[in-house]
Design a protein around this ligand. Structure first.
Ligand SMILES: Cc1cc2nc3c(=O)[nH]c(=O)nc-3n(C[C@H](O)[C@H](O)[C@H](O)COP(=O)(O)OP(=O)(O)OC[C@H]3O[C@@H](n4cnc5c(N)ncnc54)[C@H](O)[C@@H]3O)c2cc1C
Ligand code: SF4
Length: 544
């Protein structure tokens, strides 16, 4: 029996196990089956159904879908709203100035999609080919053999009570064993971070950097709806030292997808990402779109921004990293879906010869990184590698550098470095306090009303999945130094400081968590460990 096996758990054997049914994981599963129909592939998904935890913009570049399923149109993929107009604006508090759309952000040939619906469709395609998909099962633990190679994953035990005791509902987790395990957990995967540490995968890479995206779906008045219109903005409400901006995508059925993305390298601990998004909607030019409309969905999720220089080593004995959990998003394009799909396909193409004829158990699939370096995805990310780090010194220098990189500066043989987001926060006493207006409950809302629209549910009687390495840090250190920023960066109001004076306590309302992972990334003391809750818990996004 292998090292991490537990005698009370049942186990199932596959050729390949994939953790995460996002675009990366499903593309990998589909490509494996296309190449070797009799391969056994299993996909685990922590959401209650495929798509339940998926959140994206999304302006979708179909390049890799064309490669994966060339007949996607005939097969009814939910990719139908062609982008007709691109607008790029700089906002001040009262005005909007139209700027030329940067080349990377032009969307000719792209579509406005709900990624949640696209992965539901990809899930159906995969199942029709014989892939086994298990939604509602979170991979909670990586399994290793005695040689230290990955041999699969285990799902969490169900029915463990708040204090760690077994309840009547107790069921031990399952072991899903495989010759190769592919981690496709999306941005800042909870198992991926343990693998990065165990195998020191970031030894030759910069720290990963991130942003938080807060999104709402609105049903707007017919006269405010322009199907196929894409608007991006920079500037207000952010200051020029904070990286970020908005998106407004006019989708089908009179829906507008509106979101605000803020780099998690922000410095001011009083910044409140959710509050910035609410403020953005009140801009005189923006608010018209929403007046008389109705908000129908809410969600939040971190996204990767580090680019090529932050990609960790992608393989280790017995497994691979694909999609956002590795970090393939193209930041200047604000697009990661085509990259996630492509990386999943490249992983599959490298895995098939390795696992053919029963081989490949615990082996390292180095062919994946080799194939990636020969692909268009590598070229694409190489060209933009110096754009995002150029914004480290503010918006204006960032824009000048971006223009320079785009006209050929990318050919210069240097790569700018990235710095860890959590280390960028300044002390509260050195930062101006940002005041946020109260919600009007028409255009702007509070976090709890918003979380209600995300359909978030967690079994109440379970240990908190948000673990503090040192429970004293929030009150003893984070509060005096940074006014405990978790109170603000969490888009679901999970963290609160209650009580007065020496009675102050840090409260974690874990049941509200929308699984965005921001706390694990931004806590200045790196004291919060986001682990998976019982499978099926978390948001139930409709068409994010
Ligand atoms: C606000 C926002 C706007 C964006 N806009 C765009 C855009 O306009 N265009 C674009 O191309 N890209 C956009 N992106 C990026 C794009 O959504 C991502 O690049 C893409 O979703 C990455 O795909 P993935 O498969 O790697 O991860 P994900 O889509 O995150 O999927 C990962 C899946 O794995 C599951 N999972 C995670 N951990 C476990 C576990 N331990 N056990 C079981 N299941 C697990 C998750 O529940 C999830 O379903 C945006 C992202 C955000 C957040
Ligand atoms: S607790 Fe952490 S992961 Fe959950 S919603 Fe808040 S910041 Fe995001």
């Amino acid at each position: 029996m292998a090292d991490s096996a537990r005698s009370d758990r049942e186990s199932m054997e596959y050729d390949v196990v994939i953790v995460g049914a996002g675009p990366a994981g499903l593309a990998c599963a589909i490509r494996l089956k296309q190449m070797t129909p009799d391969i056994n592939v299993c996909v685990l998904e922590k959401g209650s159904e495929v798509g339940a935890h998926i959140m994206s913009g999304a302006a979708f570049e179909p390049r890799s879908l064309n490669e994966l399923i060339p007949e996607w149109k005939e097969k009814g993929a939910p990719v139908s709203v062609a982008i007709k107009e691109d607008h790029f604006m700089f906002l001040t508090a009262t005005k909007a100035f139209r700027l030329p759309t940067p080349p990377q952000m032009r969307n000719h040939g792209n579509y406005i999609i709900s990624l949640g619906n696209l992965v539901r469709w990809l899930g159906q395609q995969a199942e029709a080919m014989g892939v086994e998909i298990y939604p509602g099962f979170a991979a909670a633990e990586v399994l290793y053999n005695d040689e230290g190679a990955v041999v699969g994953v285990a799902t969490g035990d169900m029915g463990i009570g708040k204090n760690g005791e077994k309840t009547d509902q107790y069921q031990p987790g399952m072991e899903l064993r495989a010759r190769q395990t592919v981690f496709a957990e999306g941005c800042h995967g909870s198992l991926t971070k343990t693998l990065i540490k165990k195998y020191d995968l970031r030894k030759d890479a910069c720290p990963q950097t991130y942003a938080i995206g807060v999104k709402e779906i609105w049903e707007v008045k017919p006269e405010q709806h322009h199907e196929g219109r894409v608007i991006h903005s920079i500037g207000w409400p952010l200051d020029t030292q904070t990286y970020g901006g908005s998106f407004l995508y006019h989708a089908e059925n009179r829906q507008v997808y509106v979101g605000y993305v803020i780099g998690l390298d922000y410095k001011n601990p009083s910044l409140f990402p959710f509050g910035e998004m609410q403020r953005f909607k009140t801009h005189p030019v923006i608010r018209k779109t929403f007046e008389g409309g109705r908000r129908v969905a809410y969600g939040a999720r971190a996204l990767v921004e580090g680019g090529l220089q932050s990609l960790p080593k992608l393989s280790f004995p017995g497994g691979l990293l694909i999609g956002d959990t590795a970090g393939f998003l193209n930041v200047p394009k604000i697009k990661g879906n085509h990259a996630a799909i492509k990386s999943g396909m490249l992983a599959a193409e490298a895995l098939v010869p390795l696992v053919a004829n029963g081989g490949g158990a615990g082996a390292e699939c180095i062919a994946y990184a080799d194939g990636l370096k020969k692909s268009w995805l590598w070229q694409e990310l190489y060209k933009v590698r110096n754009i995002r780090p150029g914004f480290h010194h503010g918006l204006w220098l960032g824009l000048i550098n971006a223009a320079f990189q785009t006209i050929g500066g990318w050919r210069l043989p240097f790569t700018l470095k990235n710095h860890a987001d959590f280390a960028q926060l300044k002390k509260a006493k050195d930062s101006p306090k940002i005041e946020y207006p109260k919600p009007d409950n028409i255009l702007t809302f509070d976090r709890l009303t918003s979380v209600a629209l995300s359909g978030t549910m967690h079994e109440e009687n379970q240990p908190s999945h948000l673990k503090l390495k040192d429970p004293a840090i929030p009150i003893q250190s984070n509060l005096p130094l940074y006014d405990e920023p978790a109170q603000r960066y969490c888009p679901a109001a999970v963290y609160e400081v209650v009580g007065e004076g020496t009675e102050k306590r840090f409260v974690i309302n874990a049941q509200n968590c929308v699984h965005c992972k921001t706390c694990d990334i931004k806590d200045p003391a790196q004291n919060i460990d986001w682990t998976v809750p019982q499978g099926g818990g978390g948001p139930n996004y409709p068409n994010m």
